[in-house]
Design a protein around this ligand. Structure first.
Ligand SMILES: [Zn+2]
Length: 257
Protein backbone atom coordinates (compact mmCIF):
# COMPACT_ATOMS: atom_id res chain seq x y z
CA UNK A 1 0.00 0.00 0.00
CA UNK A 2 1.14 3.54 -0.42
CA UNK A 3 1.08 5.26 2.93
CA UNK A 4 -0.81 8.57 2.98
CA UNK A 5 1.58 11.45 3.43
CA UNK A 6 -0.01 12.65 6.68
CA UNK A 7 0.18 9.29 8.42
CA UNK A 8 3.69 8.76 7.17
CA UNK A 9 4.77 12.00 8.84
CA UNK A 10 3.17 10.94 12.10
CA UNK A 11 4.85 7.57 12.00
CA UNK A 12 8.21 9.10 11.15
CA UNK A 13 7.88 11.07 14.38
CA UNK A 14 7.01 7.94 16.35
CA UNK A 15 10.00 6.14 14.93
CA UNK A 16 12.51 8.92 15.42
CA UNK A 17 13.69 7.42 18.69
CA UNK A 18 14.62 4.10 17.12
CA UNK A 19 16.24 5.68 14.08
CA UNK A 20 13.91 3.70 11.86
CA UNK A 21 12.60 4.80 8.50
CA UNK A 22 9.30 3.97 6.86
CA UNK A 23 9.09 3.09 3.21
CA UNK A 24 6.05 2.19 1.16
CA UNK A 25 5.71 -1.13 -0.64
CA UNK A 26 6.75 0.32 -3.98
CA UNK A 27 10.33 0.79 -2.81
CA UNK A 28 12.78 -2.04 -3.48
CA UNK A 29 12.53 -4.39 -0.51
CA UNK A 30 14.96 -6.98 0.74
CA UNK A 31 12.68 -9.90 1.50
CA UNK A 32 9.17 -8.50 1.53
CA UNK A 33 6.58 -11.14 0.64
CA UNK A 34 3.80 -8.62 -0.05
CA UNK A 35 3.65 -6.15 -2.92
CA UNK A 36 1.40 -3.99 -0.75
CA UNK A 37 3.34 -4.42 2.48
CA UNK A 38 4.52 -1.61 4.74
CA UNK A 39 8.17 -1.63 5.68
CA UNK A 40 9.88 -0.12 8.69
CA UNK A 41 13.61 -0.23 8.28
CA UNK A 42 15.84 0.37 11.30
CA UNK A 43 19.59 0.52 11.37
CA UNK A 44 19.84 -3.19 12.13
CA UNK A 45 16.41 -4.63 11.44
CA UNK A 46 13.47 -4.63 9.04
CA UNK A 47 9.84 -5.02 10.08
CA UNK A 48 7.26 -5.66 7.37
CA UNK A 49 3.51 -5.56 7.92
CA UNK A 50 0.61 -6.59 5.76
CA UNK A 51 -2.58 -4.61 6.35
CA UNK A 52 -1.53 -4.06 9.96
CA UNK A 53 -2.24 -0.71 11.66
CA UNK A 54 0.80 1.52 11.43
CA UNK A 55 0.87 2.05 15.20
CA UNK A 56 1.01 -1.73 15.75
CA UNK A 57 3.83 -2.07 13.25
CA UNK A 58 5.74 0.79 14.84
CA UNK A 59 5.28 -0.86 18.25
CA UNK A 60 6.65 -4.11 16.85
CA UNK A 61 9.62 -2.21 15.41
CA UNK A 62 10.49 -0.81 18.83
CA UNK A 63 10.23 -4.29 20.38
CA UNK A 64 12.30 -5.81 17.58
CA UNK A 65 15.11 -3.33 18.12
CA UNK A 66 15.00 -3.93 21.87
CA UNK A 67 15.05 -7.71 21.41
CA UNK A 68 17.88 -7.41 18.90
CA UNK A 69 20.01 -5.66 21.53
CA UNK A 70 19.23 -8.35 24.13
CA UNK A 71 20.20 -11.14 21.71
CA UNK A 72 23.35 -9.26 20.68
CA UNK A 73 24.44 -8.81 24.31
CA UNK A 74 24.20 -12.53 25.09
CA UNK A 75 24.74 -14.35 21.81
CA UNK A 76 26.04 -11.91 19.19
CA UNK A 77 24.86 -9.64 16.39
CA UNK A 78 21.64 -10.41 14.55
CA UNK A 79 19.95 -8.38 11.81
CA UNK A 80 16.35 -9.53 12.01
CA UNK A 81 13.56 -9.45 9.47
CA UNK A 82 10.20 -9.62 11.26
CA UNK A 83 6.94 -10.14 9.37
CA UNK A 84 3.55 -9.08 10.75
CA UNK A 85 0.86 -10.63 8.55
CA UNK A 86 -2.82 -9.79 8.62
CA UNK A 87 -4.06 -13.26 9.61
CA UNK A 88 -2.84 -16.46 11.25
CA UNK A 89 -3.53 -18.34 8.02
CA UNK A 90 -1.24 -15.98 6.16
CA UNK A 91 1.42 -16.50 8.83
CA UNK A 92 1.11 -20.27 8.53
CA UNK A 93 1.47 -20.09 4.76
CA UNK A 94 4.57 -17.89 5.07
CA UNK A 95 6.12 -20.28 7.55
CA UNK A 96 5.23 -23.31 5.50
CA UNK A 97 3.60 -24.91 8.52
CA UNK A 98 0.06 -26.01 9.14
CA UNK A 99 -1.45 -25.44 12.55
CA UNK A 100 -0.06 -22.50 14.48
CA UNK A 101 -2.72 -22.50 17.20
CA UNK A 102 -1.60 -21.18 20.54
CA UNK A 103 1.60 -19.59 19.26
CA UNK A 104 2.27 -15.86 19.24
CA UNK A 105 5.22 -15.89 16.83
CA UNK A 106 7.52 -18.38 15.17
CA UNK A 107 10.94 -18.38 13.59
CA UNK A 108 12.05 -19.70 10.23
CA UNK A 109 15.71 -19.98 9.25
CA UNK A 110 16.06 -16.28 8.57
CA UNK A 111 13.04 -14.42 9.90
CA UNK A 112 10.45 -14.09 12.64
CA UNK A 113 6.75 -14.29 11.78
CA UNK A 114 4.14 -12.84 14.13
CA UNK A 115 0.90 -14.81 14.57
CA UNK A 116 -1.65 -12.03 14.94
CA UNK A 117 -4.27 -13.67 17.20
CA UNK A 118 -1.79 -15.17 19.68
CA UNK A 119 0.36 -12.05 19.71
CA UNK A 120 -2.67 -9.86 20.44
CA UNK A 121 -3.38 -11.83 23.63
CA UNK A 122 0.05 -11.22 25.14
CA UNK A 123 0.96 -8.65 27.75
CA UNK A 124 3.53 -5.99 26.93
CA UNK A 125 6.24 -8.03 28.65
CA UNK A 126 5.01 -11.19 26.96
CA UNK A 127 5.47 -9.60 23.53
CA UNK A 128 9.04 -8.62 24.34
CA UNK A 129 9.79 -12.12 25.61
CA UNK A 130 8.32 -13.79 22.53
CA UNK A 131 10.11 -11.55 20.03
CA UNK A 132 13.44 -12.05 21.81
CA UNK A 133 12.79 -15.83 22.02
CA UNK A 134 12.15 -16.14 18.28
CA UNK A 135 14.98 -13.78 17.39
CA UNK A 136 17.31 -16.02 19.39
CA UNK A 137 16.23 -18.97 17.23
CA UNK A 138 17.11 -16.99 14.09
CA UNK A 139 20.46 -15.85 15.53
CA UNK A 140 21.52 -19.32 16.69
CA UNK A 141 20.25 -21.22 13.69
CA UNK A 142 17.85 -22.97 16.13
CA UNK A 143 18.55 -26.69 16.30
CA UNK A 144 21.17 -26.68 13.53
CA UNK A 145 19.72 -29.68 11.80
CA UNK A 146 19.05 -31.63 14.99
CA UNK A 147 22.57 -31.26 16.37
CA UNK A 148 21.33 -29.13 19.25
CA UNK A 149 19.01 -30.90 21.71
CA UNK A 150 15.62 -29.30 21.96
CA UNK A 151 15.87 -28.55 25.67
CA UNK A 152 18.89 -26.43 24.80
CA UNK A 153 17.46 -24.61 21.75
CA UNK A 154 14.14 -23.83 23.48
CA UNK A 155 15.69 -23.25 26.89
CA UNK A 156 18.31 -20.89 25.50
CA UNK A 157 15.68 -18.94 23.53
CA UNK A 158 13.69 -18.52 26.75
CA UNK A 159 16.86 -17.71 28.70
CA UNK A 160 17.47 -14.80 26.33
CA UNK A 161 13.77 -13.98 26.11
CA UNK A 162 13.27 -13.68 29.87
CA UNK A 163 16.60 -12.02 30.63
CA UNK A 164 15.86 -8.54 31.85
CA UNK A 165 12.11 -9.19 31.99
CA UNK A 166 12.19 -8.77 35.76
CA UNK A 167 9.78 -11.69 36.17
CA UNK A 168 10.20 -13.97 39.18
CA UNK A 169 11.25 -17.57 38.57
CA UNK A 170 8.08 -18.89 40.16
CA UNK A 171 6.01 -16.69 37.87
CA UNK A 172 7.73 -17.83 34.69
CA UNK A 173 7.81 -21.48 35.79
CA UNK A 174 4.45 -21.53 37.57
CA UNK A 175 3.24 -24.89 36.21
CA UNK A 176 6.50 -26.67 36.98
CA UNK A 177 6.77 -25.03 40.40
CA UNK A 178 3.36 -26.41 41.32
CA UNK A 179 4.54 -29.93 40.46
CA UNK A 180 7.87 -29.60 42.27
CA UNK A 181 6.21 -28.12 45.35
CA UNK A 182 3.93 -31.18 45.36
CA UNK A 183 7.03 -33.39 45.40
CA UNK A 184 7.04 -34.41 41.72
CA UNK A 185 10.40 -33.71 40.12
CA UNK A 186 11.08 -34.47 36.43
CA UNK A 187 13.59 -37.31 36.06
CA UNK A 188 14.91 -36.35 32.63
CA UNK A 189 15.36 -33.31 30.42
CA UNK A 190 12.48 -32.74 27.98
CA UNK A 191 12.81 -34.18 24.46
CA UNK A 192 11.13 -33.43 21.11
CA UNK A 193 7.87 -35.24 22.00
CA UNK A 194 7.51 -33.05 25.09
CA UNK A 195 7.59 -29.93 22.89
CA UNK A 196 5.05 -31.22 20.35
CA UNK A 197 1.96 -29.01 19.96
CA UNK A 198 -0.73 -30.29 22.29
CA UNK A 199 1.68 -32.19 24.55
CA UNK A 200 0.16 -32.65 28.01
CA UNK A 201 3.04 -30.93 29.84
CA UNK A 202 4.05 -28.45 27.14
CA UNK A 203 4.31 -25.48 29.52
CA UNK A 204 6.39 -27.56 31.95
CA UNK A 205 8.70 -28.70 29.12
CA UNK A 206 9.57 -25.08 28.29
CA UNK A 207 10.03 -24.30 31.97
CA UNK A 208 12.30 -27.33 32.49
CA UNK A 209 14.38 -26.29 29.48
CA UNK A 210 14.57 -22.66 30.60
CA UNK A 211 15.70 -23.67 34.08
CA UNK A 212 18.29 -26.09 32.67
CA UNK A 213 19.86 -23.18 30.80
CA UNK A 214 19.57 -20.90 33.81
CA UNK A 215 21.28 -23.59 35.87
CA UNK A 216 24.20 -23.71 33.42
CA UNK A 217 24.51 -19.91 33.37
CA UNK A 218 24.45 -19.62 37.17
CA UNK A 219 26.81 -22.49 37.90
CA UNK A 220 29.23 -22.19 34.96
CA UNK A 221 28.63 -18.66 33.63
CA UNK A 222 26.70 -17.24 30.72
CA UNK A 223 29.62 -17.54 28.31
CA UNK A 224 29.74 -21.25 29.02
CA UNK A 225 26.01 -21.54 28.29
CA UNK A 226 26.67 -19.93 24.90
CA UNK A 227 29.56 -22.36 24.28
CA UNK A 228 27.30 -25.28 25.18
CA UNK A 229 25.28 -24.45 22.07
CA UNK A 230 28.11 -25.75 19.92
CA UNK A 231 29.12 -28.65 22.16
CA UNK A 232 27.77 -31.01 24.78
CA UNK A 233 27.66 -31.25 28.57
CA UNK A 234 30.64 -33.65 28.60
CA UNK A 235 33.16 -31.53 26.72
CA UNK A 236 31.89 -28.08 27.75
CA UNK A 237 30.83 -28.69 31.37
CA UNK A 238 32.91 -31.76 32.21
CA UNK A 239 29.81 -33.63 33.39
CA UNK A 240 28.25 -36.92 32.38
CA UNK A 241 24.63 -36.64 31.22
CA UNK A 242 23.55 -38.26 34.52
CA UNK A 243 25.57 -35.76 36.56
CA UNK A 244 24.12 -32.89 34.57
CA UNK A 245 20.56 -34.14 35.09
CA UNK A 246 21.19 -34.58 38.82
CA UNK A 247 22.58 -31.03 39.11
CA UNK A 248 19.60 -29.63 37.23
CA UNK A 249 17.15 -31.49 39.51
CA UNK A 250 18.91 -30.09 42.60
CA UNK A 251 18.63 -26.65 41.05
CA UNK A 252 14.90 -27.14 40.47
CA UNK A 253 14.46 -28.14 44.11
CA UNK A 254 16.36 -25.06 45.24
CA UNK A 255 14.68 -22.56 42.88
CA UNK A 256 11.07 -23.67 42.81
CA UNK A 257 10.74 -26.45 45.40
ZN1 LIG B 1 11.15 -21.63 20.52
Amino acid sequence: MSVPQGRRAVLAGMLALTGAALTAGAAPLPEGPWPDGTVIRGGHYVVIGHRVPLASLADLAVRTDRARRVVAAIWGPVRPVVLFPETDAEAGALAGTGATGGLAALATADRVIVLPSGYAKLSETGRDVVIAHELTHVATGATRGGRVPMWLSEGFADYVGYSGSGLAVRTVAAELAAEVAAGVLPDRLPGPADFAPGAARLAQAYEEAWLACRYVAERFGERTLVRLYGGDVGTVLGLTPAEFTAGWRDYLRKEIG
